[in-house]
Design a protein around this ligand. Structure first.
Ligand code: AHR
Length: 508
């Protein structure tokens, strides 16, 4: 018996903001150097930006890119990365025990973002940095001319302001690992003062305050309440960060990671609404889920990299956090993307962390090729087809018990795009041996034709894309049969992530 999926025109969760499909480039490992920037590479442009990497980012349709960190930003002075390259200082990066040459700084990031067609989301330093330095950064970036820092930018070759809109007030300041980590109330006070200055310099900024870095920290979710009680009027979003891993070794627990993300978003929404009520505010606080991905922290011994050979400390662009993603990881990411779409009424921004080489969908070899990791595909599908209005949909899906509690064995999201007259359905089948049939039932969209059925399926769970086998895990198109076109009943194989698109007449 097929599971009925009912979609009704007008029954929407919310608009999916383009900013839901953001990503992240940090000065970490080979994300910048030999990732997006590699002067001398055969495909680098005149500024040293790798064109092959830019093309893959365009294919991913990444909307925003968060920069320059991450943990890095909490010890970073943005002024080190401006002006003539030969005068820029070489610094020790405390976060990743690396050497930062500052060849790539804020001006290069602006130019790169423009060429790549992404919107910048920048972060200010709330660790070693001060609210005043944050204000100077906004002045350098967004004031047209006639002040010290705006004229400095012009001297540095950027006549026009960068007009950065999205700004993170620090990064993961709740994490004891953070350079100059703060307690919630201390961060709240500092972030408020920084936000006031930043808004005085440019009132149009959309600011993101640091929320919890994960759900395991003892400060979660008090941190979020305390911070919001301080910064609520000044910020548009509170951030959520979470990395997911196969902690128990059980496939169903790992695939059920989306339930953890779902609970996290619900908790932060409830916390934000509590503060809204307490402050008698009329504004809803939005969420920027600006770090999420699969990251096997246990299996990624980045500290061992230095412990095993201390001479690796403070080298330039060491190969850190270079996770090689599996087919199973791509399924888990598919589930997380569905959850983000289903919460698009509150999650207005999100960043897949990260974009190149460091826990990333794109992987490069220095002076050589760039390949698509397995997680490239679910992100590309969501970003290419998940724009429009998210459809609230009803499906009577069987559940299993996982470490996260009751977990639906079919997890899905659907988006209606009025311009394209397209409904895109994304579905993760968690069943390990069972095909699940779904019956797509549409109300109020007129005639509907299934136009595409793509699947990530049928690979060994541990399969990876490598330079030798770059296509070990790729999507396959399933021909749509006449019977399927007639009945709208489709089969989703065990352990699969699918994209089904339908062309409709439009809302009737
Ligand atoms: O993305 C890698 C790191 O994870 C980021 O620097 C930090 O914000 C998080 O802990």
């Amino acid at each position: 018996m097929a599971i009925k999926y009912l979609f009704q025109a007008g029954n929407y969760i919310s608009k999916v903001e383009d900013t839901l499909y953001g990503s992240f480039v940090e000065h970490l490992g080979r994300a910048v150097y030999t990732g997006i920037y590699e002067p001398g590479h055969p495909l680098a442009d005149e500024q040293g930006f790798r064109r092959d990497v830019m093309d893959l980012i365009k294919e991913l349709k990444v909307s925003t890119v968060r920069y320059p960190g991450g943990n890095f930003v909490s010890g970073y002075n943005w002024m080190d990365g401006i002006g003539p390259k030969e005068n820029r200082p070489v610094r020790l990066d405390y976060a990743w025990l690396s050497k930062e040459t500052n060849e790539f700084g804020i001006g290069e990031f602006y130019d790169w973002a423009k060429k790549t067609g992404v919107s910048p989301m920048v972060a200010v330093n709330m660790g070693t940095g001060t609210p005043q330095e944050a204000g100077y950064f906004v002045e350098y970036a967004n004031i047209k001319s006639g002040t010290y820092y705006s004229d400095l930018r012009r001297q540095h070759g950027h006549e026009e302001p960068f007009n950065f809109k999205y700004w993170c007030i620090g990064n993961e300041m709740d994490g004891p690992w953070q350079t100059c980590h703060l307690e919630a109330d201390d961060y709240g006070k500092k972030a408020l003062e920084a936000a006031k200055i930043m808004h005085w310099v440019d009132p149009s900024l959309e600011l993101v305050a640091c929320g919890s870095a994960n759900t395991m920290l003892p400060s979660y979710p008090d941190w979020d309440r305390i911070v919001l009680e301080r910064v609520y009027p000044e910020v548009s979003c509170l951030s959520c960060h979470h990395y997911f891993e196969n902690a128990t070794g059980k496939i169903e627990d790992f695939l059920g990671s989306y339930v953890l993300m779902d609970n996290f978003i619900k908790t932060i929404t409830a916390t934000a609404d509590f503060v809204k009520a307490k402050l008698r505010s009329k504004k809803d606080m939005m969420i920027s889920f600006d770090e999420y991905n699969i990251w096997s922290i246990e299996g990624e011994p980045w500290m061992d990299f230095f412990n095993q050979d201390p001479s690796r400390r403070f080298t330039k662009a060491p190969p850190l956090l270079e996770q090689h993603y599996t087919f199973l990881d791509s399924l888990v990411l598919g589930g997380l993307l569905c959850t983000l779409i289903n919460h698009c009424d509150r999650v207005k921004m999100a960043s897949l962390a990260q974009l190149v080489n460091v826990i990333a969908p794109i992987f490069t070899a220095p002076n050589d090729e760039a390949i698509k990791q397995t997680i490239f595909y679910p992100f590309a599908w969501a970003s290419q087809h998940g724009r429009g209005k998210a459809l609230r949909h009803f499906a009577n899906t069987p559940c299993i018990e996982t470490i996260h509690g009751q977990t639906k064995t079919l997890h899905s999201a659907a988006v209606y795009n009025d311009e394209k007259k397209e409904i895109a359905l994304f579905a993760l089948n968690l069943e390990q041996d069972k095909t699940q049939d779904i019956n797509v039932v549409l109300e109020g969209f007129g005639n509907a034709k299934i136009t595409k059925h793509l699947e990530l399926a049928g690979c060994p769970l541990s399969a990876q894309n490598t330079f030798q086998t770059p296509n070990a895990v790729v999507p396959h198109e399933k021909p749509v049969t006449a019977a399927e076109q007639e009945s709208h009943i489709l089969s989703l194989p065990p352990l699969s992530f699918s994209l089904i698109t339908l062309e409709v007449d439009g809302e009737q």
